[in-house]
Design a protein. Sequence first.
Length: 197
Amino acid sequence: MAKRPREERVNEILQAAVDEFLERGYAGASMERISQRAGLTKGGIYHHFRSKDHLLLETNKHFSGGLAGIVTALVTATDEPAGLRSFIKDYLEYWATHRKELYFFSLSMTKTMEVEELSEYQTQASNALIRMVTEVYRKGTAEGRFRPHDPRSQAIVLLSALTGSLGYLFINASLEVDEVVERFRTLFVEQLLPPKT
């Protein structure tokens, strides 16, 4: 039997862990069942992940990779209002089309207060995203593309509102992603544009 590449094995473990966490919750999940789902021995799982907490942390890192391109496109945009419009749309559409990942993200957030490594990771990721979006607003303001405002406050409120809206999109079938995107664009981009002369 051919040996599978390490990255492939790790991805299989991460997917098995997500399935187990979603099916049984964090408390009910076991490394034994995760190993069975991944087709490995329990020792094979521990070769890559030292604990269930570590596995939860790594699954969160793995899933956050799906948003990396969306964030990169924002911070490299040469037109800040257009970059923010795209970011809002892409962010909401990503989660609307990745419902399993959204559910897993929600499940993980409840463990953030208990798992120190996960809490540290989420804090660092949140702070980095706030800094990046703040810089987009700051640069757009400095270049006259936005009227004067507090870029950090604007970034915090935008990101908080985007994250908060995910639950509503998940549970409320009457909300359309396009409608939510347009409302966010109006509040967080269009209303900050300088008056037309």
